[in-house]
Design a protein around this ligand. Structure first.
Ligand SMILES: [Zn+2]
Length: 111
């Protein structure tokens, strides 16, 4: 009879956006004045160029990215938690952040 091997449980604590003092529904937040102001600051601070190392691309649509994503406990409105990214690097960064989460937190949408 084979031995039953148990996977090591993942005990890492994941902070959620529920820790934030202001809570919004997802879409409500992205349409809020807070978010639009933060986004404008992040993009203008970078002169509209991608801040991914070595990229410097400038496209009609640039992304204000939360460096530590909201679902991973990052601040919504702290300018230090923002960077301006081109579409390609925003997609790559979002994918990498997802893959670093425990499997059951990897869905494309908030848990
Ligand atoms: Zn880029």
């Amino acid at each position: 009879m084979g031995k039953l091997t148990m996977a090591t449980p993942r005990l890492k604590t994941v902070r959620t956006a529920l820790d934030e003092p202001v809570t919004y529904e997802r879409n409500e937040y992205y349409n809020s004045q807070d978010h639009r102001a933060w986004r404008a600051l992040i993009i203008s601070r970078a002169n509209g160029t991608c801040q991914w190392p070595g990229c410097n691309r400038r496209e009609p649509r640039m992304f204000a990215d939360h460096i530590v994503e909201l679902r991973d406990g990052g601040s919504r409105t702290d300018p230090l938690n923002g960077q301006c990214l081109c579409g390609q690097h925003h997609s790559l960064k979002t994918y990498r952040a997802r893959m670093e989460r425990p499997y059951h937190h990897r869905s494309a949408h908030a848990p």
